[in-house]
Design a protein around this ligand. Structure first.
Ligand code: SF4
Length: 186
């Protein structure tokens, strides 16, 4: 338990470029749990891989797992998950038909007493973790990727051309034939 109360980026943790190319979602879970590509693995409980059908039409990309997700090993099960469930219900999309994931797979936090406060991943961590997001995208091949906020947008390379910002949500068609949509974070 004490391990989880160490600030995510106050430790000197080895990073390691080696990471496999994986062909299945179950393989990704194992590989992400063994990942040392950035220091965030060091203090999180476990990696939180994407979850959903192998060939979901819609992929939702958030920022990073929160406290509840870190403990459960599943994405969007905490407060953000409840908001997402309501939004999906309003849009008429059953949650179990969407693939939900995060740009960064390990929880980054700052300890405050017994609590762990969310800390935004930096550009380096997002870039390093893109290795896994790209593999999820290659396996699932969604028709639409919905970036939930600026970090998710960064992971899907939805930048500059349409104003990389939660202030300017928008939609575009990508070179790989997948549409991308940015949203505001609630
Ligand atoms: S956050 Fe991503 S890149 Fe960093 S250790 Fe975890 S899985 Fe690897």
């Amino acid at each position: 338990m004490a391990k989880r109360l160490v600030a995510s980026d106050t430790t000197v943790a080895p990073v390691d470029d080696k990471a496999p190319v994986v062909r299945s979602l179950s393989g990704l879970r194992k590989a992400e749990n063994e990942c040392h590509r950035c220091p965030l693995y060091r203090n999180a409980t476990q990696a939180v891989p994407g979850e959903g059908p192998n060939h979901a039409k819609v992929m939702l990309v958030g920022e990073q797992p929160g406290d509840k997700e870190d403990l459960a090993g599943r994405p969007f099960v905490g407060p953000a998950g409840r908001i997402l469930d309501r939004a999906l219900a309003d849009a008429g999309i059953p949650r179990d038909e969407a693939f939900v994931t995060n740009a960064v797979k390990h929880f980054k936090f700052e300890p405050r007493g017994k609590r762990r406060l969310h800390k935004k991943p930096n550009a380096y961590e997002i870039e390093r973790c893109k290795w896994w997001f790209e593999q999820e995208r290659a396996i699932v091949k969604p028709e639409l990727i919905v970036a939930l906020g600026a970090t998710g947008a960064r992971a899907v390379k939805f930048v500059v051309a349409v104003g990389f910002s939660s202030r300017r949500p928008g939609m575009s068609a990508s070179a790989i034939g997948t549409s991308r949509l940015t949203t505001r974070m609630p």
